[in-house]
Design a protein around this ligand. Structure first.
Ligand code: ZN
Ligand code: ZN
Length: 272
C-alpha cells in the first residue's frame, strides 16, 4: 500500500503540467496503489489582499467527469480519488463550506499560502535576521490553529511552507522554536479530528526535508496525533509518488503504524 494524497493536474491547477491521466500513470510507475488528486482551490483568498492567487475554481462538471473516466480506466490497478487543496478556507468560511460540502470530494487539504494582507510566501524575500520574520511565523501558526477549528478541511497541508522558499534564499529556522504554539495547534487537531500531511515536495528542493520537518511530526504524535497522510505535492507526472516511500519510513521511525485514506471526509486507517 502506497498512497500519494497530494497532487495537482492540468488544466485545473494553473501551475500543473500534466493531465489527471498522466499523473495517475506516473504514480503507477512509482508503485503507488492509491492516489488522491487535490487541485488548488483558492476561492477563499480572492481579494485585492492576495494579488497573486489563482482564479477561483468553478469547473466542477469537467473535473468530476474527468475523475470518473480516470478512476474507471485505472480500476483494479490504482485507486484514484478526488480531493482538493483549499487555500485558507477559514478566510471565507461560507465559500470554504460550499467547497467542503461538494459531493465530488472525498478529501480536503487546508493550506495557508498567504497571511492576511500579505503575498504568497513563494513571492517573499526573507530578512537576514530571522527575528524580523518571527511574528509572521507566529501569525502563520495561529492561522493553522483557526483553520484546524474551522471544520473546513480534513488535514493541514505542508506546515512550514515558507521554509521551502527561505531555503532557496539560503535562509531558514527551526520550527521547533515555536513548540508552544505547535502544541496548541496539535491539541486542537486531536480535539477536532483533523490530521496533518507529510509533504515530500521539498525533499528534492533546496530544503531537502519533509514539511513539516520530522521533529514537528514527532511532536504531533507526542500530542496524540494519529491522523496522517503523505503527499508528493507533484505538479508533473514524473514527480507523482515521489518521496512517499521515504515518508512512510519516517513515519515508521517515529512510531506511526497507520496512514489514512479518505472517503467522504472520513479517515480510513491503513497499516504501513
Ligand atoms: Zn500548497
Ligand atoms: Zn499542492
Amino acid at each position: 500500500m502506497l498512497a500519494d494524497y497530494h497532487m495537482h493536474c492540468s488544466p485545473y491547477s494553473p501551475d500543473a503540467r500534466d493531465s489527471m491521466e498522466e499523473m495517475a500513470r506516473g504514480a503507477l510507475r512509482r508503485g503507488m496503489t492509491h492516489i488522491c488528486v487535490t487541485n488548488h482551490m483558492e476561492n477563499c483568498t480572492q481579494s485585492p489582499e492576495f494579488p497573486d492567487q489563482f482564479p477561483p475554481f468553478e469547473d466542477w462538471e469537467a473535473l468530476a467527469s474527468e475523475h470518473q473516466a480516470v478512476r474507471e480506466r485505472f480500476r483494479g490497478r490504482l485507486d484514484v480519488r478526488l480531493g482538493a487543496e483549499v487555500g485558507a478556507p477559514h478566510y471565507l468560511p461560507e465559500e470554504g463550506a460550499r467547497i467542503y460540502a461538494r459531493p465530488e470530494l472525498d478529501f480536503v487539504i487546508g493550506s495557508v499560502h498567504n497571511l492576511r494582507h500579505a503575498r504568497d510566501f513563494y513571492y517573499l524575500s526573507y530578512p537576514e535576521d530571522f527575528e524580523n520574520f518571527r511574528p509572521a511565523v507566529e501569525q502563520y501558526l495561529d492561522e493553522y490553529i483557526l483553520m484546524s477549528r474551522s471544520g473546513l478541511c480534513d488535514v493541514l497541508g505542508h506546515i512550514g511552507y515558507m521554509q521551502k522558499y527561505m531555503a532557496r534564499q539560503g535562509k531558514g529556522f527551526d520550527m521547533m522554536t515555536f513548540e508552544e504554539r505547535l502544541r496548541a495547534l496539535f491539541a486542537s487537531c486531536v480535539d477536532r479530528g483533523v490530521g496533518i500531511e507529510v509533504n515530500t515536495a521539498a525533499l528534492s528542493d533546496k530544503l531537502g526535508d519533509f514539511l513539516p520537518q520530522p521533529e514537528v511530526v514527532r511532536l504531533y504524535r507526542e500530542c496524540g496525533g494519529e491522523i496522517i497522510t503523505v503527499g508528493s505535492d507533484s505538479h508533473r507526472a514524473q514527480d507523482a509518488g515521489q518521496g512517499v516511500k521515504e515518508g512512510y519510513e519516517l513515519l515508521r521511525s517515529l512510531g506511526f503504524e497507520y496512514v489514512c485514506l479518505y472517503k467522504g471526509h472520513k479517515p480510513e486507517f491503513v497499516r504501513i
